[in-house]
Design a protein around this ligand. Structure first.
Ligand code: F6P
Length: 319
């Protein structure tokens, strides 16, 4: 394999740059040419490509976002868009593509492999919702950002003896809310995996207040309910003044943590070594603390379990 492409697609995640760096430098080490495909699959459709070398990925291991830019390409989902992308890969003699992103990125990668272009997927999304891996690149940084916000919100909540509902991202998955709720000592965690019970929240808040608690934090995964409406209901039922905080895109930015930089570096290195060994159409993952890979089709068919134990523990520890 002489020339490979690398792209980032979907929502950016801290650590994507560290993964790009690892891909480029490992490939150069193996005497491969690397072409950076900009703005996800759109870059392949429109030929927005740049040759990369070891210096082009200098000074990025610590930066959030992605130097290749990213997009969620609607055009790539069409037969016409896919045909253009395949032609472009042929013109630039791209023999395989490393696709860094989440589920949507892997669906695109699977389309490429069905068109005869070998791929390797590297999971990177703050949501931690990729089934084939225990953890995705970006999740650790995002959860640290959220916990930092919880700590700050806790100060003002305690001062006023209020409640605060903090809405976090997750795209249908509760991992960000659950992990940060445990780490930030939230009094209640509302996630898609467990049905919302407002009376239960109110009961816990009232019991806490009666035991002398002066602050109440409720973590809410996005898409579950209207956060302001939830606050109004809690306030009405408990008499505890309740504010809403929507953290939004602050969760996606910032310098990647050490854990994300290491994970991204290992996954990028593993991806190119797999290509070098001729193991293609794979998804890189971390399972039981070990970097590994699986067949792309099998990986995409997997279902991600929910950490019921962690949720049950959070209920006991947050009393
Ligand atoms: O997948 C990452 C993510 O940040 C989700 O948590 C969120 O639902 C979505 O992307 C937001 O997308 P956008 O940046 O397009 O608003």
């Amino acid at each position: 394999m002489k020339t490979i492409g690398v792209l980032t697609s979907g929502g950016d995640a801290p650590g994507m740059n560290a993964a790009i760096r690892a891909v480029v430098r490992t490939a150069v080490f193996h005497n491969m040419r690397v072409i950076g495909i900009r703005s996800g699959y759109n870059g392949l459709i429109y030929g927005d490509l740049r040759e990369m070398d070891i210096t082009s990925v200098g000074d990025i291991v610590h930066r959030g976002g992605t130097i290749l830019h990213t997009d969620r390409s609607e055009e790539f989902k069409t037969p016409d868009g896919q045909k253009k992308a395949r032609n472009m890969a042929e013109i630039f003699e791209i023999e395989a593509i490393v696709a860094i992103g989440g589920d949507g990125t892997f669906r695109g990668a699977y389309d490429l492999c069905r068109m005869g272009i070998p791929v390797i997927g590297i999971p990177a999304t703050i949501d931690n919702d990729v089934s084939s891996t225990d953890f995705t690149i970006g999740f650790d940084t995002a959860t640290n950002t959220v916990v930092d916000a919880i700590n700050k919100i806790r100060d003002t909540v305690t001062s006023h003896q209020r409640a605060n509902v903090i809405e976090v991202m997750g795209r249908g998955r509760g991992d960000i809310a659950l992990y940060t709720g445990v780490a930030g000592g939230a009094e209640h965690i509302v996630i898609p995996e467990i049905s919302l019970n407002i009376n239960e929240i109110c009961k816990r808040l009232i019991q806490g207040r009666d035991r002398g608690k002066s602050s109440h934090i409720i973590m809410l995964a996005e898409g579950m309910t209207d956060v302001k409406e939830l606050c109004a209901q809690i306030e009405e039922k408990t008499g505890i003044e309740t504010r809403a905080t929507v953290l939004g895109h602050i969760q996606r930015g910032g310098n990647p943590t050490v854990a994300d930089r290491i994970l991204a570096s290992k996954m990028g290195y593993h991806a190119v070594n797999s290509l070098k060994e001729g193991r293609v159409n794979r998804l890189v993952s971390i399972r039981n603390n070990k970097i590994t890979d699986c067949d792309i089709e099998e990986g995409m068919a997997m279902q991600k379990g929910f950490d019921t134990d962690l949720y049950e523990m959070s209920k006991i520890l947050s009393m």
